[in-house]
Design a protein around this ligand. Sequence first.
Ligand code: TMP
Length: 228
Amino acid sequence: MSAGAGEDTAARRVRGRFITFEGGEGSGKTTQSARLVDWLSARGIAVRRTREPGGTPGAEAIRDLVVKGADGRWSALAETLLMFAARDDHLRQVIRPALEAGEWVVCDRFVDSTIAYQGYGRGLGRAAVDDIAAVVVGDTRPDLTLILDLPPSVGLARAAARRGTETRFESLDRTFHDRLRAGFLEIAAAEPDRCAVVDAGAGDTDAIFAAVSRIVAEKLFEEQSGDG
Ligand code: TMP
């Protein structure tokens, strides 16, 4: 049990679990991922919370380039490559070392956001994103992805209420946001073992978190005891 005990050799250490939150603007990922980290910590799990684009100094610098400024400052491909440049840094410096050390990682957005925003939203297509992900991400894939789903009109209104300087995607038209919602739902339908869709449009944050924590317990705690 105790960390640092002599028998806790690298060979015996179990890889941590990798959980991602996804969704459109104003879907409540930040609130829900913070609550999940507290909930896991209270159960004795070593867990790290992080986000994309970001999570390292270099990736946070790239974040500024993609979430701020005029819509037309990048082509769809350049924007995608910037997301993956940030992701490569984040994977190398934070995500892989944490998982290998047995920590759980809860990440606010990951590759599914690139598929939805750049692949479906910007129209780059899914195949290009998948090809780059194969190189950058390899097999560091989430064990569980919670997709917080809600109508774009509701999410955009929430996002507008707390508007800061990161408005580059928020300011795109409704059809963009409709495309990315459809993209997330297609991802979920194609990978039902990994993805769970949570209705984030109805109910308060407590009710949504009750759904989130139930899914995590069902998907990851039962699997863990099955491994043992
Ligand atoms: P956030 O507001 O959830 O922190 O995300 C920052 C913005 O970056 C959000 O508008 C979605 C966008 N984004 C992409 O377009 N592609 C990506 O791969 C990621 C990770 C985020």
